[in-house]
Ligand binder design. Structure first.
Ligand SMILES: Cc1cc2nc3c(=O)[nH]c(=O)nc-3n(C[C@H](O)[C@H](O)[C@H](O)COP(=O)(O)OP(=O)(O)OC[C@H]3O[C@@H](n4cnc5c(N)ncnc54)[C@H](O)[C@@H]3O)c2cc1C
Length: 480
Protein backbone atom coordinates (compact mmCIF):
# COMPACT_ATOMS: atom_id res chain seq x y z
CA UNK A 1 0.00 0.00 0.00
CA UNK A 2 1.29 3.41 -0.81
CA UNK A 3 2.42 5.88 1.80
CA UNK A 4 0.97 9.32 2.42
CA UNK A 5 4.11 10.92 1.02
CA UNK A 6 3.86 8.85 -2.19
CA UNK A 7 0.25 9.96 -2.51
CA UNK A 8 1.21 13.62 -2.08
CA UNK A 9 4.13 13.32 -4.51
CA UNK A 10 1.79 11.87 -7.14
CA UNK A 11 -0.34 15.02 -6.99
CA UNK A 12 2.61 17.05 -8.32
CA UNK A 13 1.81 15.90 -11.82
CA UNK A 14 1.19 19.14 -13.67
CA UNK A 15 -2.57 19.00 -13.19
CA UNK A 16 -4.47 22.05 -14.44
CA UNK A 17 -6.35 23.48 -11.46
CA UNK A 18 -7.52 27.05 -11.98
CA UNK A 19 -8.40 29.11 -8.93
CA UNK A 20 -9.62 32.70 -9.26
CA UNK A 21 -8.58 32.60 -12.89
CA UNK A 22 -5.01 31.48 -12.20
CA UNK A 23 -3.24 28.18 -12.63
CA UNK A 24 -2.25 26.63 -9.29
CA UNK A 25 1.38 25.59 -9.60
CA UNK A 26 1.40 22.93 -6.88
CA UNK A 27 -1.84 21.91 -5.18
CA UNK A 28 0.00 20.16 -2.36
CA UNK A 29 1.35 23.42 -0.93
CA UNK A 30 -1.45 25.81 -1.92
CA UNK A 31 -3.32 27.05 1.20
CA UNK A 32 -6.65 26.11 -0.37
CA UNK A 33 -5.75 22.42 -0.68
CA UNK A 34 -2.72 21.60 1.50
CA UNK A 35 -4.64 20.72 4.70
CA UNK A 36 -7.25 18.39 3.13
CA UNK A 37 -4.43 16.72 1.18
CA UNK A 38 -2.50 16.23 4.44
CA UNK A 39 -5.60 14.73 6.02
CA UNK A 40 -5.95 12.19 3.20
CA UNK A 41 -2.20 11.49 3.30
CA UNK A 42 -2.39 10.70 7.01
CA UNK A 43 -5.13 8.17 6.35
CA UNK A 44 -3.04 6.55 3.60
CA UNK A 45 -0.27 6.21 6.18
CA UNK A 46 -2.65 4.67 8.70
CA UNK A 47 -3.93 2.28 6.03
CA UNK A 48 -0.36 1.30 5.18
CA UNK A 49 0.36 0.66 8.85
CA UNK A 50 -2.69 -1.62 8.90
CA UNK A 51 -1.74 -3.39 5.65
CA UNK A 52 -1.87 -6.84 7.24
CA UNK A 53 -4.78 -6.18 9.59
CA UNK A 54 -7.44 -8.81 8.79
CA UNK A 55 -10.16 -6.37 9.94
CA UNK A 56 -9.29 -3.92 7.16
CA UNK A 57 -7.62 -5.97 4.42
CA UNK A 58 -8.11 -9.24 2.58
CA UNK A 59 -5.81 -11.67 0.78
CA UNK A 60 -6.52 -11.99 -2.92
CA UNK A 61 -7.14 -15.67 -3.70
CA UNK A 62 -4.39 -16.99 -5.97
CA UNK A 63 -1.69 -14.38 -5.30
CA UNK A 64 -2.20 -14.04 -1.55
CA UNK A 65 -1.43 -10.34 -1.90
CA UNK A 66 -3.29 -8.20 0.60
CA UNK A 67 -5.48 -5.27 -0.37
CA UNK A 68 -7.72 -2.84 1.44
CA UNK A 69 -11.28 -4.07 1.92
CA UNK A 70 -12.44 -1.24 -0.33
CA UNK A 71 -11.35 -3.54 -3.20
CA UNK A 72 -13.10 -6.63 -1.80
CA UNK A 73 -15.90 -8.11 -3.88
CA UNK A 74 -18.62 -8.85 -1.33
CA UNK A 75 -20.05 -12.37 -1.47
CA UNK A 76 -21.83 -12.33 1.89
CA UNK A 77 -23.02 -10.20 4.79
CA UNK A 78 -19.63 -10.79 6.42
CA UNK A 79 -17.88 -9.30 3.40
CA UNK A 80 -20.16 -6.28 3.59
CA UNK A 81 -19.17 -5.99 7.24
CA UNK A 82 -15.52 -5.97 6.12
CA UNK A 83 -16.34 -3.18 3.68
CA UNK A 84 -18.19 -1.25 6.39
CA UNK A 85 -15.08 -1.34 8.59
CA UNK A 86 -12.91 0.17 5.89
CA UNK A 87 -15.51 2.84 5.10
CA UNK A 88 -15.53 3.84 8.77
CA UNK A 89 -11.75 3.82 8.74
CA UNK A 90 -11.75 6.41 5.95
CA UNK A 91 -14.68 8.43 7.31
CA UNK A 92 -13.55 8.78 10.92
CA UNK A 93 -10.55 11.10 10.35
CA UNK A 94 -12.90 13.80 8.99
CA UNK A 95 -15.82 12.82 11.25
CA UNK A 96 -17.78 11.89 8.12
CA UNK A 97 -17.36 15.35 6.61
CA UNK A 98 -15.37 14.21 3.60
CA UNK A 99 -17.71 12.16 1.45
CA UNK A 100 -15.59 11.30 -1.55
CA UNK A 101 -12.66 9.60 0.13
CA UNK A 102 -10.89 6.96 -2.02
CA UNK A 103 -13.24 4.17 -0.87
CA UNK A 104 -16.27 5.74 -2.63
CA UNK A 105 -15.34 5.38 -6.30
CA UNK A 106 -13.23 2.30 -5.46
CA UNK A 107 -16.62 0.73 -4.68
CA UNK A 108 -17.85 1.65 -8.17
CA UNK A 109 -14.77 0.20 -9.90
CA UNK A 110 -14.91 -2.93 -7.75
CA UNK A 111 -18.56 -3.42 -8.66
CA UNK A 112 -17.92 -2.82 -12.37
CA UNK A 113 -15.08 -5.36 -12.45
CA UNK A 114 -17.26 -7.89 -10.64
CA UNK A 115 -19.93 -7.28 -13.29
CA UNK A 116 -17.81 -7.20 -16.43
CA UNK A 117 -20.52 -9.04 -18.36
CA UNK A 118 -22.37 -5.72 -18.70
CA UNK A 119 -19.36 -4.04 -20.35
CA UNK A 120 -18.71 -7.15 -22.48
CA UNK A 121 -22.05 -6.48 -24.16
CA UNK A 122 -20.33 -3.56 -25.92
CA UNK A 123 -17.54 -5.97 -27.03
CA UNK A 124 -15.33 -8.25 -24.90
CA UNK A 125 -12.43 -5.78 -24.98
CA UNK A 126 -14.48 -3.31 -22.92
CA UNK A 127 -14.88 -5.82 -20.10
CA UNK A 128 -11.10 -6.31 -20.25
CA UNK A 129 -10.57 -2.55 -19.95
CA UNK A 130 -12.78 -2.40 -16.86
CA UNK A 131 -10.99 -5.28 -15.16
CA UNK A 132 -7.50 -3.97 -16.00
CA UNK A 133 -8.26 -0.44 -14.86
CA UNK A 134 -9.78 -1.79 -11.66
CA UNK A 135 -6.67 -3.95 -11.05
CA UNK A 136 -4.36 -1.03 -11.69
CA UNK A 137 -6.29 1.25 -9.34
CA UNK A 138 -6.26 -1.48 -6.70
CA UNK A 139 -2.57 -2.42 -7.14
CA UNK A 140 -1.39 1.20 -7.11
CA UNK A 141 -3.87 2.24 -4.41
CA UNK A 142 -5.19 5.05 -6.58
CA UNK A 143 -7.63 7.70 -5.44
CA UNK A 144 -10.38 7.86 -8.05
CA UNK A 145 -13.19 10.38 -8.07
CA UNK A 146 -16.06 10.82 -10.49
CA UNK A 147 -18.06 13.30 -12.54
CA UNK A 148 -21.32 11.75 -13.68
CA UNK A 149 -23.81 14.62 -13.78
CA UNK A 150 -23.81 17.20 -16.60
CA UNK A 151 -24.09 20.95 -16.03
CA UNK A 152 -27.52 22.51 -15.41
CA UNK A 153 -27.96 24.15 -18.79
CA UNK A 154 -31.32 23.00 -20.15
CA UNK A 155 -32.74 20.13 -18.16
CA UNK A 156 -35.74 19.84 -20.51
CA UNK A 157 -33.48 18.63 -23.34
CA UNK A 158 -31.25 15.56 -23.74
CA UNK A 159 -27.48 15.79 -24.21
CA UNK A 160 -27.57 16.11 -27.99
CA UNK A 161 -30.16 18.91 -27.91
CA UNK A 162 -28.36 21.28 -25.56
CA UNK A 163 -27.88 24.83 -26.97
CA UNK A 164 -24.55 23.78 -28.53
CA UNK A 165 -22.94 20.41 -29.18
CA UNK A 166 -20.47 19.17 -26.59
CA UNK A 167 -21.49 21.37 -23.71
CA UNK A 168 -22.01 18.01 -22.04
CA UNK A 169 -18.93 15.80 -22.44
CA UNK A 170 -18.89 13.73 -25.62
CA UNK A 171 -16.61 12.22 -28.22
CA UNK A 172 -15.58 14.69 -30.92
CA UNK A 173 -13.10 12.48 -32.76
CA UNK A 174 -11.53 9.06 -32.89
CA UNK A 175 -7.77 8.93 -33.11
CA UNK A 176 -5.26 6.12 -33.41
CA UNK A 177 -5.49 4.27 -30.10
CA UNK A 178 -8.24 6.29 -28.48
CA UNK A 179 -10.92 8.96 -28.50
CA UNK A 180 -11.02 12.72 -28.07
CA UNK A 181 -13.48 14.13 -25.51
CA UNK A 182 -14.85 17.67 -25.24
CA UNK A 183 -17.33 19.23 -22.79
CA UNK A 184 -17.88 19.72 -19.06
CA UNK A 185 -19.35 17.81 -16.14
CA UNK A 186 -20.88 19.83 -13.29
CA UNK A 187 -19.12 18.57 -10.18
CA UNK A 188 -16.32 16.21 -9.27
CA UNK A 189 -15.84 16.38 -5.53
CA UNK A 190 -12.26 15.71 -4.44
CA UNK A 191 -10.92 15.83 -8.00
CA UNK A 192 -8.16 18.20 -6.90
CA UNK A 193 -7.11 15.62 -4.29
CA UNK A 194 -7.43 12.55 -6.51
CA UNK A 195 -5.32 10.62 -9.03
CA UNK A 196 -7.92 9.64 -11.60
CA UNK A 197 -11.32 10.79 -12.74
CA UNK A 198 -14.10 8.44 -13.80
CA UNK A 199 -16.43 10.16 -16.24
CA UNK A 200 -19.82 9.00 -17.41
CA UNK A 201 -23.53 9.83 -16.96
CA UNK A 202 -25.85 8.72 -14.18
CA UNK A 203 -28.58 10.96 -15.58
CA UNK A 204 -30.45 8.98 -18.24
CA UNK A 205 -29.38 9.33 -21.87
CA UNK A 206 -31.76 8.85 -24.82
CA UNK A 207 -31.40 7.60 -28.39
CA UNK A 208 -29.57 10.34 -30.29
CA UNK A 209 -27.16 10.86 -27.38
CA UNK A 210 -24.66 8.29 -28.74
CA UNK A 211 -21.78 10.78 -28.93
CA UNK A 212 -22.21 11.35 -25.20
CA UNK A 213 -22.74 7.71 -24.23
CA UNK A 214 -19.32 7.15 -22.72
CA UNK A 215 -17.77 5.72 -19.63
CA UNK A 216 -14.02 5.96 -19.01
CA UNK A 217 -11.22 6.86 -16.61
CA UNK A 218 -8.44 9.41 -17.11
CA UNK A 219 -5.65 10.73 -14.92
CA UNK A 220 -6.54 14.14 -13.49
CA UNK A 221 -3.36 15.42 -15.14
CA UNK A 222 -4.46 14.33 -18.64
CA UNK A 223 -3.59 17.00 -21.18
CA UNK A 224 -6.54 19.32 -21.78
CA UNK A 225 -8.37 18.40 -18.57
CA UNK A 226 -9.05 21.42 -16.38
CA UNK A 227 -10.50 21.68 -12.88
CA UNK A 228 -12.38 24.78 -11.78
CA UNK A 229 -12.95 24.49 -8.02
CA UNK A 230 -15.62 26.51 -6.30
CA UNK A 231 -14.26 28.86 -3.62
CA UNK A 232 -12.22 26.61 -1.29
CA UNK A 233 -13.05 27.09 2.38
CA UNK A 234 -9.53 26.48 3.72
CA UNK A 235 -8.33 29.58 1.91
CA UNK A 236 -10.83 31.80 3.69
CA UNK A 237 -10.48 30.22 7.14
CA UNK A 238 -8.55 32.64 9.34
CA UNK A 239 -7.31 29.99 11.81
CA UNK A 240 -7.91 26.39 12.83
CA UNK A 241 -9.31 27.59 16.17
CA UNK A 242 -11.88 29.83 14.46
CA UNK A 243 -12.67 27.42 11.58
CA UNK A 244 -11.61 23.94 12.69
CA UNK A 245 -13.51 22.12 9.93
CA UNK A 246 -13.34 24.58 7.02
CA UNK A 247 -9.59 24.76 7.44
CA UNK A 248 -8.98 21.00 7.36
CA UNK A 249 -11.76 18.98 5.75
CA UNK A 250 -12.90 20.79 2.62
CA UNK A 251 -12.90 18.17 -0.11
CA UNK A 252 -13.29 20.89 -2.75
CA UNK A 253 -15.96 20.40 -5.40
CA UNK A 254 -14.74 21.26 -8.89
CA UNK A 255 -16.26 21.62 -12.33
CA UNK A 256 -14.40 19.48 -14.85
CA UNK A 257 -13.74 20.77 -18.36
CA UNK A 258 -12.41 18.59 -21.16
CA UNK A 259 -10.57 20.55 -23.82
CA UNK A 260 -10.27 17.81 -26.43
CA UNK A 261 -8.76 15.33 -24.01
CA UNK A 262 -7.28 12.19 -25.57
CA UNK A 263 -8.50 9.07 -23.77
CA UNK A 264 -6.61 5.88 -24.67
CA UNK A 265 -8.91 3.02 -25.73
CA UNK A 266 -7.84 0.80 -22.84
CA UNK A 267 -9.36 3.32 -20.41
CA UNK A 268 -12.76 3.29 -22.12
CA UNK A 269 -15.46 1.11 -20.52
CA UNK A 270 -18.44 2.05 -22.68
CA UNK A 271 -18.30 3.66 -26.12
CA UNK A 272 -21.29 5.26 -27.86
CA UNK A 273 -23.76 2.91 -26.22
CA UNK A 274 -26.77 4.61 -24.61
CA UNK A 275 -28.27 1.42 -23.16
CA UNK A 276 -25.07 0.41 -21.40
CA UNK A 277 -24.46 3.86 -19.93
CA UNK A 278 -28.00 3.83 -18.58
CA UNK A 279 -27.58 0.29 -17.19
CA UNK A 280 -24.07 0.48 -15.68
CA UNK A 281 -24.85 1.81 -12.21
CA UNK A 282 -28.03 -0.09 -11.43
CA UNK A 283 -27.64 -3.39 -13.27
CA UNK A 284 -24.18 -3.77 -11.74
CA UNK A 285 -23.87 -3.65 -7.93
CA UNK A 286 -22.13 -0.26 -8.13
CA UNK A 287 -24.95 2.03 -6.99
CA UNK A 288 -25.74 0.06 -3.86
CA UNK A 289 -22.07 -0.55 -3.00
CA UNK A 290 -20.99 3.07 -3.48
CA UNK A 291 -23.95 4.36 -1.55
CA UNK A 292 -23.30 1.87 1.22
CA UNK A 293 -20.07 3.81 1.67
CA UNK A 294 -22.12 7.03 1.72
CA UNK A 295 -24.43 5.72 4.43
CA UNK A 296 -21.65 4.31 6.61
CA UNK A 297 -19.88 7.64 6.26
CA UNK A 298 -23.07 9.49 7.17
CA UNK A 299 -23.55 7.39 10.29
CA UNK A 300 -20.07 8.51 11.42
CA UNK A 301 -21.20 12.09 10.89
CA UNK A 302 -24.41 11.52 12.85
CA UNK A 303 -22.46 10.19 15.82
CA UNK A 304 -20.30 13.28 15.68
CA UNK A 305 -23.39 15.50 15.60
CA UNK A 306 -24.85 13.66 18.58
CA UNK A 307 -21.60 14.25 20.44
CA UNK A 308 -21.67 17.94 19.54
CA UNK A 309 -25.26 18.25 20.79
CA UNK A 310 -24.56 16.51 24.10
CA UNK A 311 -21.40 18.50 24.75
CA UNK A 312 -23.20 21.73 23.94
CA UNK A 313 -25.90 20.92 26.47
CA UNK A 314 -23.30 19.97 29.07
CA UNK A 315 -21.34 23.13 28.35
CA UNK A 316 -24.15 25.22 29.77
CA UNK A 317 -25.06 22.71 32.52
CA UNK A 318 -28.37 21.81 30.93
CA UNK A 319 -27.92 18.05 30.89
CA UNK A 320 -30.28 17.52 33.82
CA UNK A 321 -32.95 19.73 32.30
CA UNK A 322 -35.88 17.51 31.22
CA UNK A 323 -36.61 19.53 28.08
CA UNK A 324 -32.97 19.34 26.95
CA UNK A 325 -32.94 15.58 27.61
CA UNK A 326 -36.13 15.15 25.58
CA UNK A 327 -34.60 17.07 22.67
CA UNK A 328 -31.39 15.05 22.83
CA UNK A 329 -33.34 11.80 23.00
CA UNK A 330 -36.10 12.45 20.48
CA UNK A 331 -34.48 14.80 18.00
CA UNK A 332 -30.91 13.51 18.06
CA UNK A 333 -30.44 10.02 19.50
CA UNK A 334 -33.58 8.49 17.97
CA UNK A 335 -32.52 9.64 14.50
CA UNK A 336 -28.94 8.41 14.93
CA UNK A 337 -29.99 4.99 16.21
CA UNK A 338 -32.62 4.54 13.48
CA UNK A 339 -30.12 5.41 10.79
CA UNK A 340 -27.61 2.99 12.26
CA UNK A 341 -30.24 0.26 12.12
CA UNK A 342 -30.76 0.94 8.40
CA UNK A 343 -27.05 0.56 7.70
CA UNK A 344 -26.97 -2.69 9.66
CA UNK A 345 -30.06 -4.00 7.88
CA UNK A 346 -28.53 -3.21 4.46
CA UNK A 347 -25.39 -5.09 5.47
CA UNK A 348 -26.87 -8.08 7.27
CA UNK A 349 -29.61 -8.93 4.81
CA UNK A 350 -27.92 -8.45 1.44
CA UNK A 351 -29.44 -9.25 -1.92
CA UNK A 352 -27.10 -11.78 -3.51
CA UNK A 353 -27.29 -11.49 -7.30
CA UNK A 354 -24.90 -13.38 -9.57
CA UNK A 355 -22.72 -14.24 -6.58
CA UNK A 356 -22.26 -10.61 -5.48
CA UNK A 357 -23.83 -9.46 -2.18
CA UNK A 358 -25.51 -6.09 -2.67
CA UNK A 359 -26.33 -4.14 0.48
CA UNK A 360 -30.11 -4.52 0.49
CA UNK A 361 -31.50 -1.82 -1.85
CA UNK A 362 -34.58 -1.31 0.30
CA UNK A 363 -32.42 -0.06 3.16
CA UNK A 364 -29.87 1.72 0.98
CA UNK A 365 -32.56 3.85 -0.65
CA UNK A 366 -34.47 4.32 2.60
CA UNK A 367 -31.23 5.65 4.10
CA UNK A 368 -30.58 7.94 1.15
CA UNK A 369 -34.12 9.22 1.16
CA UNK A 370 -34.03 9.97 4.89
CA UNK A 371 -30.51 11.37 4.92
CA UNK A 372 -31.38 14.77 3.51
CA UNK A 373 -34.23 15.15 6.00
CA UNK A 374 -32.14 14.01 8.95
CA UNK A 375 -29.32 16.41 8.18
CA UNK A 376 -31.75 19.33 8.10
CA UNK A 377 -33.46 18.21 11.32
CA UNK A 378 -30.21 17.57 13.14
CA UNK A 379 -28.71 20.90 12.11
CA UNK A 380 -31.85 22.69 13.18
CA UNK A 381 -31.76 20.95 16.56
CA UNK A 382 -28.14 21.94 17.09
CA UNK A 383 -29.15 25.53 16.37
CA UNK A 384 -32.08 25.25 18.79
CA UNK A 385 -29.78 24.00 21.53
CA UNK A 386 -27.29 26.77 20.89
CA UNK A 387 -29.54 29.80 21.26
CA UNK A 388 -27.36 32.88 20.77
CA UNK A 389 -24.12 31.01 21.48
CA UNK A 390 -22.80 31.29 17.92
CA UNK A 391 -23.13 35.04 17.87
CA UNK A 392 -21.92 35.81 21.39
CA UNK A 393 -18.33 34.89 20.52
CA UNK A 394 -15.07 36.79 20.15
CA UNK A 395 -14.47 37.69 16.52
CA UNK A 396 -11.28 35.62 16.46
CA UNK A 397 -8.72 33.79 18.53
CA UNK A 398 -6.76 37.05 18.75
CA UNK A 399 -9.16 38.26 21.45
CA UNK A 400 -7.50 35.79 23.81
CA UNK A 401 -4.02 37.19 23.25
CA UNK A 402 -4.60 40.93 22.88
CA UNK A 403 -3.71 42.70 26.16
CA UNK A 404 -6.67 45.00 25.47
CA UNK A 405 -9.31 42.26 25.38
CA UNK A 406 -7.83 39.19 27.06
CA UNK A 407 -9.27 39.79 30.53
CA UNK A 408 -12.83 40.44 29.31
CA UNK A 409 -12.67 37.52 26.90
CA UNK A 410 -11.60 35.09 29.57
CA UNK A 411 -14.09 36.46 32.09
CA UNK A 412 -17.27 36.76 30.05
CA UNK A 413 -17.08 33.93 27.53
CA UNK A 414 -16.55 31.09 29.99
CA UNK A 415 -19.25 28.74 31.18
CA UNK A 416 -19.82 27.18 34.59
CA UNK A 417 -17.81 24.13 33.55
CA UNK A 418 -15.36 25.38 30.93
CA UNK A 419 -12.81 28.13 30.50
CA UNK A 420 -13.60 30.74 27.86
CA UNK A 421 -11.03 29.27 25.50
CA UNK A 422 -12.48 25.76 25.77
CA UNK A 423 -16.08 26.94 25.61
CA UNK A 424 -15.52 29.08 22.52
CA UNK A 425 -13.52 26.26 20.93
CA UNK A 426 -16.59 24.01 21.07
CA UNK A 427 -19.00 26.75 20.00
CA UNK A 428 -16.86 27.61 16.97
CA UNK A 429 -16.60 23.94 16.06
CA UNK A 430 -20.38 23.58 16.07
CA UNK A 431 -20.84 26.80 14.10
CA UNK A 432 -18.38 25.56 11.47
CA UNK A 433 -20.56 22.47 11.24
CA UNK A 434 -23.95 24.17 10.94
CA UNK A 435 -23.46 27.80 10.03
CA UNK A 436 -20.39 28.67 7.99
CA UNK A 437 -20.03 28.32 4.24
CA UNK A 438 -18.46 24.95 4.96
CA UNK A 439 -21.55 23.99 7.00
CA UNK A 440 -23.89 25.14 4.24
CA UNK A 441 -22.03 23.02 1.73
CA UNK A 442 -22.29 20.03 4.08
CA UNK A 443 -26.06 20.42 4.06
CA UNK A 444 -26.13 20.69 0.27
CA UNK A 445 -23.87 17.66 -0.04
CA UNK A 446 -26.18 15.43 1.99
CA UNK A 447 -29.15 16.70 -0.02
CA UNK A 448 -27.61 16.26 -3.45
CA UNK A 449 -24.48 14.11 -3.38
CA UNK A 450 -26.36 11.40 -5.16
CA UNK A 451 -29.43 12.91 -6.80
CA UNK A 452 -32.43 15.16 -6.30
CA UNK A 453 -34.96 13.91 -3.74
CA UNK A 454 -37.58 12.76 -6.33
CA UNK A 455 -34.94 10.62 -8.05
CA UNK A 456 -33.94 8.93 -4.79
CA UNK A 457 -37.57 8.49 -3.78
CA UNK A 458 -38.31 6.76 -7.09
CA UNK A 459 -35.47 4.32 -6.36
CA UNK A 460 -37.05 3.67 -2.97
CA UNK A 461 -40.40 3.11 -4.64
CA UNK A 462 -38.84 0.42 -6.84
CA UNK A 463 -36.95 -1.23 -3.98
CA UNK A 464 -39.78 -1.55 -1.46
CA UNK A 465 -41.63 -4.84 -0.98
CA UNK A 466 -45.07 -3.63 -2.11
CA UNK A 467 -46.45 -7.18 -2.75
CA UNK A 468 -45.92 -8.06 0.93
CA UNK A 469 -47.62 -4.84 1.99
CA UNK A 470 -50.55 -5.42 -0.35
CA UNK A 471 -50.87 -9.06 0.72
CA UNK A 472 -51.54 -7.91 4.28
CA UNK A 473 -54.40 -5.74 3.03
CA UNK A 474 -55.79 -8.58 0.88
CA UNK A 475 -55.69 -10.90 3.89
CA UNK A 476 -57.59 -8.35 5.92
CA UNK A 477 -60.13 -7.77 3.14
CA UNK A 478 -60.60 -11.54 2.85
CA UNK A 479 -61.51 -11.86 6.50
CA UNK A 480 -64.99 -10.38 6.12
C1 LIG B 1 -21.86 19.23 -2.63
C2 LIG B 1 -22.11 18.41 -3.85
C3 LIG B 1 -21.15 17.49 -4.27
C4 LIG B 1 -21.35 16.74 -5.43
N1 LIG B 1 -20.38 15.87 -5.83
C5 LIG B 1 -20.52 15.22 -7.00
C6 LIG B 1 -19.50 14.37 -7.50
O1 LIG B 1 -18.46 14.15 -6.87
N2 LIG B 1 -19.67 13.80 -8.70
C7 LIG B 1 -20.80 14.00 -9.43
O2 LIG B 1 -20.89 13.45 -10.52
N3 LIG B 1 -21.78 14.78 -8.99
C8 LIG B 1 -21.67 15.40 -7.80
N4 LIG B 1 -22.66 16.20 -7.35
C9 LIG B 1 -23.77 16.48 -8.26
C10 LIG B 1 -24.96 15.70 -7.91
O3 LIG B 1 -24.83 14.40 -8.36
C11 LIG B 1 -26.14 16.47 -8.50
O4 LIG B 1 -26.20 17.74 -7.89
C12 LIG B 1 -27.43 15.74 -8.26
O5 LIG B 1 -27.43 14.54 -9.00
C13 LIG B 1 -28.62 16.59 -8.68
O6 LIG B 1 -28.49 16.99 -10.00
P1 LIG B 1 -28.50 18.51 -10.39
O7 LIG B 1 -27.55 19.25 -9.55
O8 LIG B 1 -28.31 18.56 -11.84
O9 LIG B 1 -29.92 19.02 -9.97
P2 LIG B 1 -31.27 18.88 -10.79
O10 LIG B 1 -31.47 17.47 -11.19
O11 LIG B 1 -31.27 19.91 -11.86
O12 LIG B 1 -32.28 19.22 -9.66
C14 LIG B 1 -32.53 20.55 -9.26
C15 LIG B 1 -33.96 20.68 -8.80
O13 LIG B 1 -34.86 20.09 -9.72
C16 LIG B 1 -35.69 19.13 -9.06
N5 LIG B 1 -35.85 17.91 -9.86
C17 LIG B 1 -34.90 17.24 -10.51
N6 LIG B 1 -35.40 16.14 -11.10
C18 LIG B 1 -36.71 16.14 -10.81
C19 LIG B 1 -37.77 15.27 -11.14
N7 LIG B 1 -37.58 14.17 -11.87
N8 LIG B 1 -38.99 15.57 -10.67
C20 LIG B 1 -39.19 16.69 -9.92
N9 LIG B 1 -38.22 17.54 -9.58
C21 LIG B 1 -37.00 17.26 -10.02
C22 LIG B 1 -34.93 18.73 -7.83
O14 LIG B 1 -35.80 18.35 -6.78
C23 LIG B 1 -34.23 19.97 -7.47
O15 LIG B 1 -35.05 20.75 -6.68
C24 LIG B 1 -22.53 16.92 -6.18
C25 LIG B 1 -23.50 17.82 -5.74
C26 LIG B 1 -23.30 18.56 -4.60
C27 LIG B 1 -24.35 19.53 -4.18
Amino acid sequence: MRSGSAYVAALRDGRAVYLDGELVKDVTVHPAFAEPIKSIARTYDRARAAATDPALTFAEPGTGRRYSNMWLVPRSAEDLGARRRVHRFWAEPSYGLMGRTPDHVASVLRAFAAWRQLFDRGGARFGDHVVRCYERARDEDLYVTYAIVPPQIDRSQPAHRQPEPFLYPGVVAEREGGIVVRGAQAIATSAVLADWLFLSYITPLVPGDEDYALSFVVPIAAEGLRLYPRRPFAAIATSIYDYPLSSRFDEVDATVVFHDVFVPSEQVFIYRNVDLVNAQFHESPSHTLANFQSLVRFSVKLEFMAGLAMKLVELHSNEKNAAAQATLGGDIAALCASFDALVQAAERGPLVVGGVARPHPQYIYAGMSLQRRLIVDMMRTLRELAGGAFQAVPSSEASFTSPETRADTERYYRSGVASARDRIKLIKLIWDFVGTEFGGRQLQYEMFYSAAQPVVNTRMFKAYDWPAAKAAVDRCLGEY
